[in-house]
Design a protein around this ligand. Structure first.
Ligand SMILES: [Zn+2]
Length: 141
């Protein structure tokens, strides 16, 4: 028997908290990227992280540079609801001077076939923030 497939509609409103990650999203509204740095060993994350995965110590917020380089990339022909209108789009992992980990974001303003590893990129921020990951993206520098 073939699987039974039906079409249905699903829509809800909901509230949720960013909890300890809230400063990251507020910083996006000010045109800043916040990572986190270990207070003990100095390991620097390009993302919010409350504790160091290297040594377990707490981290503090650390302002990242707004320019970086493409570490790797992929072209997405399908995505979550927030990104469906943008497909196909390019996802990149950005490397920053002074950070030990990478930052996942979208690359706009470059055709997928023009993207290269090591390509300089710069962060851009939504003029009307929504406190979502779509508030930041990168463009070729
Ligand atoms: Zn550490």
């Amino acid at each position: 028997m073939d699987p039974l497939i039906i079409q249905d509609h699903y829509e809800i409103d909901y509230r949720h908290s960013y909890a300890e990650d809230s400063p990251f999203f507020v910083a996006l509204t000010k045109g800043k990227l916040l990572g986190s740095r270990c207070t003990a060993c100095g390991y620097t994350y390009a993302t919010p992280r409350s504790h160091c995965m290297e040594c377990g110590a707490p981290t503090s917020w650390h302002e990242l540079p707004l320019a970086g380089r493409v570490h790797t990339y992929t072209t997405c022909h399908y995505g979550g609801e927030l990104f469906l209108k943008e497909t196909p789009f390019t996802l990149i992992l950005v490397e920053f001077d002074g950070a030990d980990t990478l930052f996942l974001s979208r690359l706009k303003g470059a055709e997928p076939e023009a993207v290269r590893i090591g390509m300089p990129v710069v962060a851009r921020f939504a003029k009307t923030p929504s406190f979502k990951v779509t508030d930041v993206w990168f463009e070729p520098a």
